[in-house]
Design a protein around this ligand. Structure first.
Ligand code: ATP
Length: 208
């Protein structure tokens, strides 16, 4: 579904990724591991079209998308949840869900609330008044409202209370069981044991 071939990415003069190749097949869960600064976020951002300077090729569903802007990738079915979540703090949970929603919005809302029941009881709450774990659920749920075919998740369980980590992990595994493809960056091995493949980055290179 997603093919990254010999990707190099730079921030100014500093190169962050070196000839990185990986693929995510339909329905696959691929986990991207590595220490802080290894390049996990950079790879997800480049896949979404958010990096400034890069070489190499990225294809999605057999089309080369390297030159596509982020919105076009989103329309084609790439869903990205950034590490900092990018929620609208002054808006309610429901408003955050609806802001980028596509398709049959009531049906999609019902589906994401079934996946994250904790959100059901706080639909009128402002995102800024939620815990980190609740915000993470909302960020994933909001992306699901765009009807993605492949999810790019940056550290979905990082720094979150253990009980909510279990909810988020179970929700992601349920999505995967329903056929969603996922590329997940994580350091904490919450999903790695369940992955079809684990790709390890060391200093911007694929090590294993
Ligand atoms: P973390 O888990 O800490 O986010 P990571 O594996 O996601 O780590 P990246 O954030 O992709 O790693 O960083 C890869 C390299 O690129 C690091 O050397 C980092 O310092 C550098 N880098 C990341 N973002 C920027 C930026 N906006 N400007 C300059 N350099 C950056």
């Amino acid at each position: 579904m997603l093919e990254v071939r010999q990707l190099n990415v730079w921030y100014g003069a500093a190169q962050a990724l070196f000839d990185v190749s990986l693929s995510v097949g339909a329905g696959e869960l691929v986990v991207l591991q590595g220490l802080n600064g290894a390049g996990k976020s950079t790879l997800l951002q480049a896949s979404m079209g958010l990096s400034q300077r890069q070489t190499g090729a990225i294809s999605y569903q057999n089309e080369t998308i390297s030159a596509w802007p982020p919105y076009r990738r989103a329309l084609a079915g790439l869903g990205y949840v950034a590490e900092d979540r990018r929620l609208f703090g002054a808006l309610t949970v429901r408003e955050n869900l609806h802001i980028a929603a596509r398709g049959d919005v009531p049906a999609n809302e019902a589906r994401v609330l079934d996946l994250f029941p904790a959100l059901k009881v706080m639909l009128q709450r402002r995102a800024s008044q939620m815990s980190g774990g609740e915000q993470q659920m909302l960020a994933i749920a909001r992306t699901l409202m765009t009807e993605p075919k492949l999810l790019l998740l940056d550290e979905p369980c990082e720094g979150i209370a253990p009980l909510l980590v279990v909810s988020i992990r179970d929700a992601l595994l349920a999505l995967r069981a329903a056929g969603m493809a996922m590329l997940v960056a994580e350091q904490n091995r919450i999903l790695a044991d369940q992955a079809d493949r684990v790709v390890t980055l060391v200093s911007g290179r694929v090590a294993a």
